[in-house]
Design a protein. Structure first.
Length: 191
């Protein structure tokens, strides 16, 4: 089993990244390998709805010259996908949504390539908006026929300044439980 965690935060060592690394560390305790991909140093443009991928039944988005394909390939190879975003004006970052829109579209028109993969979202807010952002990201998992385990609460945290998320003990416990449940579910669905 292999997991990929994708951070939509533009900041280095962001609070979102800290939570995603914690989730990967939790999965590693159960023998699940993982990698963190950050979008901060990548250019991923939005979907233009050209439908080239649908017409050609091609697992490639041929209309954009950017960093989409290496991230998409990592998502396809992974058994578990976890995405995280800080809240920007009440929603996920544009970079995260550009990735998810394109990945979802290419996957759907090529036979639901993410179907029954495991995963889930994480959202971090300074003060508010994390529930909407969490739901926004969760919709992507649901429309892609993926399996998302619960946790002791929603995978959300309150933090703004660097490393402040480490003070949100409930968020840390929630992400720990989410990782435990992902690992448990991975074991139950393996083979």
């Amino acid at each position: 089993m292999h997991a990929v965690a994708i951070s939509g935060s533009p900041r280095k060592k962001s609070n979102t990244e800290i939570l995603l690394r914690r989730c990967l560390d939790g999965l590693a305790k159960s023998g699940i390998t993982g990698e963190l991909i950050t979008l901060r140093d990548k250019t991923i443009k939005g979907c233009r709805a050209c439908e080239t991928c649908r017409r050609k039944k091609d697992k490639r988005c041929n209309t954009r010259d950017d960093d989409f394909h290496p991230v998409f390939e990592a998502m396809l190879k992974a058994d578990i996908i976890v995405v995280g975003s800080p809240v920007y004006f009440g929603s996920a970052t544009p970079e995260m949504m550009a990735l998810l829109d394109r990945a979802g579209y290419v996957a759907k028109v090529n036979g639901d390539l993410f179907s029954r993969k495991l995963g889930g979202p994480v959202a971090v807010a300074r003060r508010a908006g994390h529930n909407f952002t969490y739901a926004q990201l969760m919709f992507w998992f649901m429309i892609n026929d993926m399996i998302v385990p619960g946790a002791s609460y929603w995978n959300v945290a309150l933090a703004r300044e660097p490393e402040k998320v480490l003070e949100d003990k409930e968020a840390l416990a929630t992400v720990d439980r989410f990782a435990e449940n992902l690992a448990w579910l991975a074991q139950k669905t393996a083979g």
